[in-house]
Write a protein that binds this ligand. Sequence first.
Ligand code: SMG
Ligand code: MG
Length: 367
Amino acid sequence: MKIEKIEFIFADLPLVRPFQTSFSTQTVRHLVVVKAHTNIGIGWSECVAMAEPLYSSEYLAGCVDVIKTFFLPALKQAGDFQVSEISKILGPFLGHPMAKAALETACLDAQLKSEKRSFAEFFGATRTKVDCGVSVGISSSIEKLEEEVAGYIAEGYQRIKLKIQPGWDIKPVGRIRELYPNTLMQVDANQAYTRADIGHLLQLDQFDLLLNEQPLHEHDIVGHAKLAAKSKTPVCLDESIISLQTAQDAIELKATSVINIKPGRVGGYLESRAIHDFCKEIGIPVWCGGMLESGIGRAANVALAALDGFKLPGDTSASNRYYKRDITEPFVMKNGQLDVPKKPGIGVDIDEDFLNSIAQKRDEVKL
Ligand code: SMG
Ligand code: MG
């Protein structure tokens, strides 16, 4: 295939409630939607980076810049390429997995639409529905947290992930565990602790959690291994895993026994599938993470989560957990599950009128 033009649509989607993590409070999802015009048709994706480099070193404006300045000229020079060749063509450019993923996904959508195949079919998905978990932000009080969690439980979410940080951990987690003794629960600190906190983190073992996600700095693989050696709660890496290689290394070093796969963080869906395949082979459970995606990214994530090795409910929540109105048809949860899109490509339609109505800025590159 060949890319003829890429449009970047910058748009803001307000969240239904603020989402506080150990590194920020978001009230709006700043989106960059990518519309790729190719010789075989149009493909869509969204870039999952945040507006600021707080979750990882990438940020939206930087992603658009690296795509325009380096990735598109390299793809143009490559001539006719296959989607499976994109990561190799872009390989000389270090880092920037979220930017690479955005470009690869838009091309994959165009290709699969032209072949009338869905993402799920292309991945080799074995399920038609996926189990939903929900990620619950840090609250202003334990009472507010109880209220929010009660709402999600009533809606049918199958797993609760509590965001934690120093000063907001043992007490809130203990209270939610007390209220819901049988609910699947896990925690995520987004790197807010250090090795000096290992003793403190071991107190989480009393709550029978599914996993403890990325408690330490993304580069502290040895620290995670030290924690894992002492902890009954499985350690799960998120930010540290940026490729199949880093997943293999972290597993070998016993720093992680569960992996959160986020396609943007690892450079795309093809690398995600490779991590899934490797983990399935060696019996490491994986689950699908989230970056507050709009329906565009959610559709592809749900298709990925339908693969066999995704053993735990993902941060694949219903659209209404995030947005009053989405830029695609909404994902609606039924019995704690979302349907895997069946239509070609990402399998959802973009509401371009609505997207245009919330667009703040546009950029385009003709090749
Ligand atoms: O998409 O439901 C979602 C958010 C899930 O907690 C979530 N994501 O570290 O796993 C994580 C965070 C990263 C994004 S926070 C802005
Ligand atoms: Mg995480």
